[in-house]
Design a binder for this molecule. Sequence first.
Ligand SMILES: [Zn+2]
Length: 170
Amino acid sequence: MVQPRWYRYVGPADLRDEAVAVNAVVLDAPATLDGWLGSQGREERNEPFTFVIALDGMLRLGPRRSEHVALASGQDVLAAGELRFAPDGAGRCVVEVTNQSTGYCPDPDCWPAVGVALDLLGVRHPGEFTAKLVFRRCPACGERNIVRDGDFTCALCDSALPKLWNFIPN
Ligand SMILES: [Zn+2]
């Protein structure tokens, strides 16, 4: 098994500094998830939520507009993205889950941390990200890029982007 990678926040510092007060729910038991989803409006419940997997391995959820760094209280994470639930018998299952977080730019390889956290909650899930984003930092200008259609070119300065994930924490 590959040692899990930790992701450091790589977004703008002002977001990190102003976002520490968001009320994220820490999901450590199936009942916590049921309770939290029950407290959301009918519309919100079926919208994607922002999530992070904190270093303790627990899933933290917040409304979609939440910054990942706020959910993580500014800390490193094992994974980050968005996920959406759908009704599944008496409960809920995850029908969409992505690594979409421009704050942490996680590699799709972070999936195992997500799968383990969802398994812990007894929530059925697709077994992998339903959409995988490829993040690269431009070595020339520092811009955070999302690689689309295999085009490894910086959107800002046209420099070539590396083939391997390169947001290496210090
Ligand atoms: Zn660039």
